[in-house]
Write a protein that binds this ligand. Structure first.
Ligand SMILES: [Zn+2]
Length: 56
């Protein structure tokens, strides 16, 4: 899903994820900002294991 939180900021959050995302830069998933025409899309990572990253 996507949610616009400011005139030029949109959050893209995975559906049915295992956590509740905060619609801020400080979301625990560490959203990645993507510059798009007219603003920024903060792409939130899925924390339910679909995109598990190695942290060695
Ligand atoms: Zn998030």
């Amino acid at each position: 899903m996507t949610k616009q939180t400011a005139a030029d900021v949109v959050h893209a959050v995975p559906l049915d994820d295992g956590i509740v995302h905060e619609f801020t830069h400080h979301c625990p998933c560490g959203p990645a900002p993507q510059i798009v025409p007219g603003g920024v899309v903060l792409v939130h990572a899925s924390l339910d294991g679909r995109e598990q990253k190695e942290t060695s």
